[in-house]
Design a protein around this ligand. Structure first.
Ligand SMILES: Cc1cc2nc3c(=O)[nH]c(=O)nc-3n(C[C@H](O)[C@H](O)[C@H](O)COP(=O)(O)OP(=O)(O)OC[C@H]3O[C@@H](n4cnc5c(N)ncnc54)[C@H](O)[C@@H]3O)c2cc1C
Length: 383
């Protein structure tokens, strides 16, 4: 039984089915959603996509690399980072796709072989050494050898089996809003993205053509809960309404369709154990590293792939498989969570001096000698 038809849940369904299991997936949303924000798949994420057999489906949806124009508050350019720089930094084994396209590729790979029940969630969980009994919101009960909670940052399975979210959530004091733009954004040349970085905030508008353009905002706040209560339209307009360039167009799009936005606090999940008997958490539900790591989807895919492999290796000894799986994953998750905590200052520098330093770092990448050093650093981190 897998809870959540997101990246982790669908990848687990695909991999476990291949390992001879008969997964059932329940998803709270009434139907599949599409689009969303842009996700880079590098390192373990690219390797897992290859292992899961979804690379061919993703390659056709790859948004590729594009020119980044660093801009002032009024939208005027400061300097440009050509696409070759990004390409050289991440290497050939990298993809940029919409989150919805990644989910679609996984969904297409399982839809004919795995039962997926939309509009359904878990009501209660009970387990013995032999099985897990899962009561569902539609009134039915399923008996399973394993329950996988792949239901994201605000996991219901985690709350039901391990305890309330507040016991595990580490707030990084930022809010993120990201959404597709539908049409082409005004004021941003097609094939490029503009990025404004100011004290405590970043706004990026990516213009890659109709249905391929998107906006991304993040800002520091002492009270993420209050920001979330205001909703994305009001909160992002208050935090970014003074900016020019492509931002006003993006905020107007958001006002017209606030439900299309991903809007949440930036929080990590820290747990001593990801499994309890025959219940295991996977992806953001277990270890959310946040967007600041740029690696959450990668870990969701790779975690699912490795979980399938561990279950294959250990046969019917589920607890042993879960223990071995967790031991293999922990160091990478720890590393990515730490990188996110240090990396968040790049997105929301604490002061003007930090903004200046951050720009100097980006400019330095344009210098051939320094570029080599940075490339080697990025590739080492993603190995
Ligand atoms: C703006 C942004 C940019 C990002 N960029 C990158 C990037 O460049 N590279 C990268 O690797 N990662 C990136 N990430 C992180 C990545 O998107 C997440 O780590 C990844 O989506 C986690 O997948 P998941 O399946 O664990 O959780 P989710 O994607 O949150 O999916 C959980 C699923 O469970 C469902 N669900 C929730 N509660 C219940 C319930 N009670 N019952 C049933 N179903 C439920 C949800 O509807 C959803 O379908 C980014 C994140 C953000 C926000």
């Amino acid at each position: 039984m897998i809870v959540g038809a997101g990246i982790a849940g669908l990848a687990a369904a695909l991999r476990l089915h291949r390992a001879g299991w008969e997964p059932i997936v329940v998803e709270r949303a009434p139907a599949r959603r599409s689009s969303g924000y842009m996700v880079n798949l590098v390192g373990w994420g690219y390797d897992a996509a290859e292992g899961l057999g979804i690379l061919p489906a993703l390659t056709g949806r790859d948004l590729g690399v594009f020119t980044t124009v660093m801009v002032r508050a009024d939208g005027r350019p400061k300097f440009t980072v050509p696409p070759e720089i990004a390409e050289a930094a991440v290497g050939k084994r990298a993809l940029t796709v919409f989150r919805g396209d990644l989910e679609s590729a996984l969904y297409e790979a399982v839809r004919d072989t795995v039962e997926i029940r939309f509009g359904t969630t878990v009501a209660d969980v009970e387990q013995s050494t032999a099985e897990v009994r899962v009561g569902l919101s539609d009134g039915t009960t399923e008996r399973a050898a394993l329950l996988i909670g792949a239901d994201g940052l605000h996991s219901g399975v985690r709350a039901a089996v391990f305890g309330p979210e507040t016991g595990f959530r580490v707030d990084l004091q930022h809010v993120v809003g990201a959404f597709p733009l539908g049409g082409v954004p005004e004021g941003v040349a097609e094939g490029s993205g503009t990025t404004f970085i100011g004290p405590g905030r970043t706004a990026a508008i990516i213009s890659l053509g109709p249905d391929r353009s998107s906006a991304f905002f993040t800002y520091r706040t002492g009270d993420a809960g209050a920001e979330l209560e205001r909703g994305p339209g009001r909160a992002l307009a208050a935090a970014f309404g003074d900016l020019g360039g492509g931002v006003p167009h993006a905020l107007r799009r958001l006002a017209a369709d606030p439900a299309a936005a991903y809007f949440d606090s930036v929080s990590q999940i820290a747990m001593d154990r990801w499994s309890d008997g025959r219940v295991v958490l996977l992806g953001d539900a277990a270890w959310c590293v946040t967007l600041f790591a740029g690696y959450g989807a990668a870990l969701a895919l790779s975690g699912a792939d490795r979980l399938g492999a561990a279950l294959e290796r250990h046969g019917s000894d589920v607890p042993a498989a879960l223990a071995g799986w967790e031991e293999g994953l922990r160091p990478e998750v720890r590393k990515r969570q730490a990188l996110a905590r240090t990396g968040m200052h790049r997105f929301a520098p604490p002061s003007r001096a930090h903004v200046f330093m951050s720009e100097m770092t980006i400019r330095a990448i344009l210098v051939p000698g320094v570029r080599g050093l940075v490339q080697r650093g990025i590739r080492r981190a993603n190995r």
